[in-house]
Write a protein that binds this ligand. Structure first.
Ligand SMILES: N[C@@H](CCC(=O)N[C@@H](CS)C(=O)NCC(=O)O)C(=O)O
Length: 206
């Protein structure tokens, strides 16, 4: 049985959504963010030293990192959610999975933290400019790529979409930058229409 250690309102939605799509039985252990600090509770540290989510337990092993978990679960339970390993599309698939937690996540987080600092009165120089430029560069690249596409790879739902959904939704909702990135916006609308995604959001909220 797969066990998911799930923190509300977090990257763990990637795995919750994937599990809902796969349909394999799983158990969910819930953790709530602290209302003031927005951090995970200490209890998550008993599961993994970083105390972050998602973490899954599978075949007696504790596994962290949403990208690794996505790849593993798909390999083991849902190979139809990845392109054939020998195809060129498989290379795109791997790149987009990693893009989602690295190239896309960093400028998003820099902008969010930058905003926090500005709101608390910090006078930012280098970070302000850097975060803005990086964010625009990375999200414009993605926006251009999504022009005319509904999904990231092979025009069908794959593991790469489970990974990207979280960061693009966060970026556009949080930073209210939707109007600049219309293709990313339509991509998100399409993901939001997936039945398994709706189910996962519902589970996360309850
Ligand atoms: N690279 C990790 C990042 C995990 C991560 O940072 N999770 C955040 C939630 S989005 C977390 O648990 N934060 C709570 C905390 O740090 O206390 C992944 O992709 O799973």
């Amino acid at each position: 049985m797969i066990r998911l250690h799930h923190l509300n309102d977090s990257r763990s939605i990637r795995i919750l959504w994937l599990l809902e799509e796969i349909g394999e039985p799983y158990e969910i252990i819930r953790y709530q963010r602290d209302e003031k600090t927005h951090l995970a509770p200490q209890a998550l540290r008993a599961i993994h030293p970083l105390g972050k989510s998602p973490v899954i337990e599978l075949d007696g092993k504790i596994i962290a990192e949403s990208g690794a978990i996505t790849e593993l679960l798909i390999k083991k339970f849902a190979p139809h959610l990845a392109p054939d390993e020998l195809s060129p599309e498989h290379i795109d698939y791997i790149q987009w999975i990693h893009f989602s937690e690295s190239s896309a996540m960093l400028p998003f987080l820099l902008k969010v933290f930058n905003e926090f600092e500005i709101q608390s009165g910090t006078d930012l120089k280098f970070l302000n400019d850097y975060a803005e430029k990086e964010f625009n560069k990375v999200f414009s690249y993605l926006n251009d790529y999504l022009n005319g596409r509904t999904f990231l790879v092979e025009e069908r739902l794959t593991g790469a979409d489970f990974m990207l959904g979280f960061v693009v939704k966060g970026a556009l909702n949080w930073l209210k930058s939707g109007s600049k990135f219309s293709h990313i916006e339509s991509y998100i609308r399409n993901l939001e229409n997936q039945t398994s995604y709706k189910r996962a959001l519902n589970i996360d909220a309850n």
